[in-house]
Unconditional design. Structure first.
Length: 575
């Protein structure tokens, strides 16, 4: 255990137990970073009231029990404990971290099975920017859980079923399969949908055909199913182009769209009805989970079969949650989906609990994704008001990155490679660096900035460290000398790095990748200060100091690269 905050918590708890009795052994010592020392413990203030003693007295008593502490403890003000760790302690912990292939990141035992529902674009429309964020955040969560040893089951819950598919299949027949496939593979799903919709609204004959087609599709008619597959396969090929450009880990094996649940829907409804959980209301089959009321104070229904016998989004989600708990044996299910669906998921989870399909041992969580806004503060759109094609948006990021590094003298191939990493890294990092449930403004200029909490700045920090090792003609893996802390900047960097393991565990437990971004940003900033104040390769630097500083550089590099990899942000060798 290298995280100083955790070590201190344990030490102070032991001191509390010795000073005031075992019943205080689990009290939260309230350890916080401090501007006057490394940390400050505020527990004396809260404990004093209960013990009817002065906070200062309590603080002194704790301090007396910390005599063997590897550092100094001082009581200050009304009763704060200011704690400063000994350099030798930080040095030995940093060495331990360096020698640990996992950089102090633990593994979860027993491993959990974590189902992550993310990306989930709708095939009846173009994959739009909203899906960009759920794809990127979900992918980072998948990477984090796998890193901690959990079994991750990715579920790409595509919108690939429902009434619009009647008209989409008819439109496909009208324009011919080759033309339709070409259009869909090019990412023109929205245009395809709009053309079908226009005909549906204007042409009675087409409308009729579309309606019939929905029925044949739902009955599983082989010819119609083949056409649906032609449509879906072409659409998924386009999604896959986006995934591969983004470098996300989703594959075809993770496809688990709405259509997959179609054969389960009838039984899902029947089971809910026969167990008395679902009831008929105004012709529809509904669930009324407790605690949900509409504006008129009437209980709010989750409709699982409409009055015309059709199934919808809620039916599918009820089948899906049962499948995930029962068949996939999930311990935890993360739904990385837009915040605007919060009510839907609360009702689905409550309904599943009511049905006995979601036991207390399984946690279902909606990881709410905030809306992406344009610079004008409104929902992100093109100037003409259309939704933005994802591929175009990503390509623009790459083009701008390429322009930004134009003057650095790279050959064409290297420049293309760096531009791809920087462009994608910028877009992904920008998505991740804001808490997932807040709205965020999509702004190329800011995300592509080479300073501040941006992807390019983080990538640049790693490239800079790599270039130090190139100059030293050394592999960072060989920088294993003892770490000695002379300068305050070295100490601050090393102390910060020690928090890496706990941070990764917390970020994963709480689904908060933005805190990993903050940690990496802080790492880069502390590294910059260190690098300004502490020459590494200059000829007047003592060999031991040089070796120690190289070891600290290597440790920083590993933390940055591991962190960026867990975010899914690519790391170019040079920039
Ligand atoms: N396709 C849906 C949408 O775009 C998201 C699906 C999320 N997952 C789920 N199980 N409902 O809004």
């Amino acid at each position: 255990m290298t995280d100083p905050q955790i070590v201190l918590t344990e030490r102070v708890q032991q001191a509390l137990a010795r000073a005031f009795g075992a019943e205080h052994a689990d009290a939260d010592p309230l350890i916080r970073p401090s501007q006057f020392a490394d940390f400050q413990a505020n527990v004396a203030m809260s404990l004093a009231k209960r013990l009817r003693r002065s906070p200062r007295e309590v603080a002194e008593a704790i301090k007396a029990e910390l005599s063997d502490f590897p550092g100094t403890v001082e009581v200050s003000g009304p009763g704060f404990l200011n704690i400063k760790l000994a350099d030798s302690w930080i040095e030995s912990q940093a060495a331990g971290m360096r020698d640990d292939s996992r950089l102090g990141v633990g593994t979860i035992t027993p491993a959990q099975t974590v189902v992550i529902d993310y990306s989930a674009p709708n095939a009846a429309k173009e994959m739009h920017v909203g899906h960009l964020r759920t794809t990127i955040v979900g992918d980072s969560l998948a990477r984090l859980h796998e890193h901690l040893g959990n079994k991750v089951i990715r579920q790409n819950h595509l919108g690939d079923w429902g009434t619009p598919f009647g008209m989409l299949v008819e439109h496909l027949l009208d324009i011919g399969e080759p033309a339709a496939v070409a259009q869909l593979e090019a990412g023109m799903g929205t245009e395809f949908y709009q053309a079908a919709r226009a005909k549906f609204d204007a042409d009675e004959g087409f409308k009729q055909r579309a309606r019939v087609r929905v029925t044949t599709l739902q009955s599983g008619d082989p010819d119609t199913m083949r056409l649906w597959h032609v449509f879906m396969d072409a659409t998924v090929r386009y999604f896959n182009k986006v995934y591969s450009l983004l470098g996300v880990t989703l594959t075809d094996a993770d496809l688990a769209g709405e259509s997959m649940y179609n054969p389960m829907l009838q039984k899902t409804c029947d089971d809910l009805e026969s167990s008395g959980v679902a009831v008929h209301s105004e012709g529809a089959l509904c669930l009324f989970p407790p605690g949900f009321t509409g504006s008129d104070d009437k209980p709010l229904p989750l409709i699982i079969r409409k009055s015309d016998g059709g199934y919808g989004y809620a039916s599918t989600d009820m089948a899906a949650i049962r499948y995930r708990v029962h068949d996939l044996k999930a311990d935890r299910i993360l739904y990385v989906v837009g915040a605007d669906q919060a009510l839907h998921f609360r009702m689905v989870f409550a309904s599943a609990q009511m049905a006995g399909w979601l036991p207390d041992t399984v946690s279902a969580e909606h990881v709410q994704i905030g809306m992406m806004l344009g610079k004008d503060g409104r929902r992100f759109k093109t100037r003409s008001g259309e939704s933005v094609k994802l591929m175009d948006l990503l390509q623009e990021g790459v083009d701008r990155a390429s322009a930004a590094i134009a003057e650095r003298g790279y050959d064409e191939a290297t420049r293309t490679e760096i531009a791809l990493a920087v462009g994608m890294g910028a877009v992904k990092y920008a998505d991740l660096s804001v808490s997932h449930d807040s709205e965020y403004v999509f702004d190329y200029d800011r995300m592509l900035g080479f300073t501040g909490n941006t992807g390019p700045y983080m990538q640049y920090a790693t490239a800079r460290i790599r270039s130090i090792f190139r100059k030293a003609d050394m592999d960072p893996a060989d920088a294993t000398a003892p770490i000695t802390l002379g300068d305050p900047a070295e100490r601050a960097l090393a102390l910060h790095l020690l928090g890496f393991g706990t941070l990764i565990e917390e970020v994963t437990a709480r689904s908060e990748p933005h805190r990993l971004c903050n940690f990496l940003f802080e790492t880069s900033s502390l590294f910059s200060t260190f690098y300004e104040q502490c020459p590494v390769l200059r000829s007047d630097v003592e060999p031991e100091t040089r070796a120690s500083r190289l070891a600290l550089c290597a440790l920083t590099l590993r933390a940055l690269e591991t962190g960026l990899d867990l975010l899914g942000v690519p790391v170019p060798e040079r920039m």
